[in-house]
Design a protein around this ligand. Sequence first.
Ligand code: ADP
Length: 428
Amino acid sequence: MKKKIFQSIAITSIVLVAISYFLCTFIIYNDLTSATKKTLQEETLSLSSYYNENPSDFLNTKFYSESRITLISTDGTVLLDSRYNPKTLENHAHRPEIETAIKNGSGDTSRYSDTLNESTYYYAVLLNDGNILRLSTTSETLISALGSSLLPIIAIFTIVIIISLIIAKILTKKIVDPINHLNIDVPLANKTYPELQPLLENMNYHNKIRREFSANVSHELKTPLTSISGYAEIMANNLQGDNTQEFSQKIVDESKHLFRIIDDIIKLSKLDEGNVQLDFETIDYQEVIQNVLRNLETYANQANVFLVDESVSVKGLAVRQIIYEVIYNLVQNAVKYNYPNGHVWVSVKDINNYIEITIKDDGIGVSEKDKDRIFERFYRSDKSHNKQIEGTGLGLAIVKHGVDFHKGTIEVTNHLNHGTKFTIKFNK
Ligand code: ADP
């Protein structure tokens, strides 16, 4: 980031200096050229008045002008030239400035010499006796003007670059310092750029979730461990009386519960870290559903709940293991939170641009108040606590995570007034 800010400031200053240099040179050059033209025109006009008053005096005058003075007759013959011998000069009748002067009284033209990088400006006026007086002056072209000031410009460039690098360094440090010294533990206590506020709020939210999660994990692990150690202690002291069988079974059950919690935590943290086998492949959702239903058949039979497969073959790109986990948890819940003789309907449909999976049941349902919270980690509704239904409160958190991982959505609604319907949508 530091490097990027530094580079941007440095490049901007260099580009600005270059653009200003070209613009300034262009404007100054244009001003100078028009001033030169004007001076030459004025000089030509004053010399022409002098000529008109007394042509013979003019012919005998020695001129000390910087400009070249040429006197040309109407037929183009050069009568006088302040630089060259007129006899050596060719006929000037077809020079554009002469032609225009004969026609309009005055004419001008500019000619460029590529080899000398020079530009010559000619101004001609028609005299009273029909002759033509022409003055010309030579100056640098824009390119040679740019070239001739190159050395001082390189010097200015170097100074500007050094100054801009120093300023860039100071500015970069000023911009980056508050970010480097962010208090990550208490993000909202940082007084920094308003642009960072959403990031800090996000960090704060995640810190809160992490703290809650750690507190919940400790609590959830402690509960079964307390019972296990309680029963074990009674048995160690031989105080169990006739209850050995019952106490041992309690220890077995609580240990299993402990394992389930740890299993779920591992699954969640793997998903959190993206630490799952991320093999996206074309899967048939119907196959996954049938697999889940087969594996939960005994579980459903024990609960006296009917599993109804309403799926059709729908193919899509997904991570098989995660999709299996998502459907498994939802079907298992639909059996778990159901009544004897209840039903679970599972379907998958291909709807234009998305795939829709639904898991419906006619079980105990989810209250309006719980709907928003059941996807939270360790959240269990009062209903499930009261009915002493075995669970960790992590199943739906895993489901939500798996759906998010596939950039899908999950929604929970009522089904048949008392049951529950989970609808998952994956974009194709
Ligand atoms: P667990 O089932 O282990 O308690 P979950 O995260 O899977 O944890 O579910 C969270 C809570 O959501 C459950 O305790 C239960 O109250 C509620 N719930 C989930 N699925 C259903 C369902 N099909 N019918 C009614 N309640 C449900």
